[in-house]
Design a binder for this molecule. Sequence first.
Ligand code: DGJ
Length: 550
Amino acid sequence: MKNLPAPRTVVGALCAFGLAVLSPASSHASADGIPQLRRSGLATQLFVDGKPYLILGGELRNSSSSSLEYMNPIWERLEAQNLNTVLAGVSWEMIEPEEGRFDFHVLDGLITQARAHRMRLGLLWFASWKNGMSSYAPAWVKWDSHRFPRVRLRNGDEPEVLSPLGEESAAADARAFGTLMGHLAKVDARDHTVLIVQVENEVGVLGDSRDRSPAAEAAFNAPVPEEWFRYAAANPSDLVPELRARWEAAGARTSGTWTEVFGPGAATDEMFMAWNYARYVDRVAAAGAAAYPIPLYANAWLNEPNANPGDYPSGGPLAQVLNFWKAAAPHLSLLAPDLYASNFDERCRLFTRCANPLFIPETNRNAESARNLFVAVGRYRAIGFSPFAIEANFPGSVPVPEADRVALGNAYGLLRQVAPLVLEHQGKDDMVGFSLDKEHPSIVETLGGVVLDISLDEIFGRRSEKGAGLLIATGPGEFLGVGGGFRVIFHNPAGIPGRVGIAAVDEGSFKEGLWVQGRRLNGDEDDQGRAWRFSSWEPGIETCSLYRGN
Ligand code: DGJ
């Protein structure tokens, strides 16, 4: 029997990768490391200052970033929760209160505050639409519904919602966004405090499956644009099954009106709206990218099971219409789910179809999310994660139970330490993230040529109720794990003879990128050699080395 060497590769990898997620923004000043998405093996990652970066973020409530004074005391709390990035709203009405007059003083102050707190930013362009409505459009846009037409619903109502078919609206929004991004190029092209920008927020028609304004009616009864068919022909394997089924059921036509090509009904209305919102958002994004080409994305208010388009914003970048957004919005780097739904894993899977990189700009702010973080980053190669209302428990904000606040801070604290290693392995096939509970108490994975039975932790007849973590094969017979509430039992794959057992389990932490070894865990802590355990009351980072023998 042979003991495998201790996992020195972990330290080596961390040193090689540097401290991308730990360092203050200003120490990375460089003009050529502009934030961008890059393919890296099996993953698409966010690169900042030439290194991969994992967004351990939080989204502020909508109004917080409109006041620097309000924000001032919040930063420290976010730092204490181990965030490295904050998503903050920037509204059209505040930066262009009168047409053609721009005011960036609040945004500039926000960037200064973020830098002072070693925090990066994602900006949310609240402009033509926010949660389907147009509340953040400037008053000069709101009152002129001839120039900036509104959506019309089936019942004749014209709510305060801009129509995505409004030519002048798209042009005005694009001008404003282009000016905003041009400003960022001036004030941030060196420091890269702003990493990513969301264009609009949760677009789509509410209260009907589609816009029925005169321009929308005309477009709906006109042929489906040629660009769609060109995209579908060029990307046949990317077409999501629900869309393909609908198209084929209607005869797989390559020309015709929306109803002729996709059949009648609300699902076709949703496709039509997706195309038109995507075209509009892309026009805005293109103007921004021309001024300063950092990653841009759109986010989606997701449908609940059995909901109809219009119960949720119809035409937003949802999983079932992802192809229309990919075809019509090439200036967006990704489409992002606001993931409050309970079937987290499945939603992630749906949003990684069409080679869409995963980013979760909004999710619940609770202990369950702290567990989902490992699934998003470890299994679905997410570029980042960002619960909404991150300043919770701040005066004027929503209260959350202390346990939920602490759970996320702890999970971020652990992931921040191992982020360089996680980023190194995201593009390979040797890492897994998971979340376990009573309904899903175990999974089996093969990593580094060894079979891992991963289940809720158990010792002396006591079983954890929940567990989550991330496991990486760091070298032959060497693993690093992060999380709590689970245990791992190792086997050889079927057909491979011999025994695989635990040689050593060590706890530790990364300090400034270096592995600092803690206790050797070889008693109750590894169930006397039976299992690599991560206790639920002491989530942490551990390494495990295996022996192979007979
Ligand atoms: C999703 C939106 O995108 C946010 O701006 C906010 O309104 C939240 N919902 C509230 O839960």
